[in-house]
Design a protein around this ligand. Structure first.
Ligand code: GRF
Length: 210
């Protein structure tokens, strides 16, 4: 009898750092099973080597790749190489889990509407690389995290889900970021699973999960 084809969607996860969001996805998939969760991680990519995010993937037996900007003649060439490296794993969805690079036109032409990012602030407030620091410096009393589709702006794409975290008087950037990441990891796991299992459509700025 032929094996039942897997219904799990194929995910490529991109990382640049400690990879705790990646780990949350790995743990959930290991605990639930890829079919029940709706997705499996088929590869993990990074823009640098020597990071814990890649080590986590290796420990889980997941193929990894590294595409560095400095190994390419231009940003466009890097973007094309990244697109090719991701495409080699034929993902249904690509997840940027702390991937600290802005992708270019070629990547978005191929993965626009299928490229999910998590950002440690309540967008549209505090976009960019220092969302936690900027919210703290502004004196915001609540901040949080946003899981969204990536478009050609910086943290401007359609929002899928958000989680709220209160700012405490004694917070510094690292304490606040840790509490945001607690919420962020759970939100990312929940959102990616729902997108994968249920399917979705993007209507302008609204994301409708079926
Ligand atoms: C997350 O807060 C993400 O939103 C931000 O960087 C952090 C990555 O953490 N861009 P980790 O590498 O998943 O631990």
């Amino acid at each position: 009898m032929a094996a039942k084809p897997s219904v799990a969607k194929r995910l490529v996860v991109l990382v640049s750092g400690s990879g705790t969001n990646l780990q949350a996805l790995l743990d959930e998939i290991a605990a639930t099973g890829a079919e029940a969760y709706g997705a499996e991680i088929v590869a993990v990519g990074a823009d640098r080597d020597g990071i814990e995010g890649l080590a986590r993937a290796e420990r889980a037996g997941i193929p990894t790749f590294v595409t560095k900007v400095r190994d390419h003649g231009s940003r466009e060439e890097w973007d094309a190489a990244l697109t090719g490296a991701v495409a080699a794993h034929e993902p249904d969805l690509v997840v940027s889990a702390g991937f600290m690079k802005i992708v270019g036109k070629e990547f978005l032409a191929r993965y626009g509407g299928r490229f999910v990012n998590t950002h440690p602030a309540l967008l549209p407030s505090f976009p960019g690389a220092h969302g936690v620091r900027d919210a703290l410096a502004y004196g915001a009393r609540v901040t949080g995290c946003t899981v969204h589709f990536v478009d050609d702006g910086v943290d401007t794409g359609p929002i899928i889900a958000q989680g709220v975290v209160e700012v405490r008087d004694e917070d510094d950037e690292s304490a606040l970021h840790e509490r945001i990441k607690d919420v962020e990891r759970r939100l990312l796991v929940e959102v990616v699973g729902r997108l994968a299992r249920n399917g979705y459509r993007i209507e302008g700025r609204k994301v409708v999960i079926q």
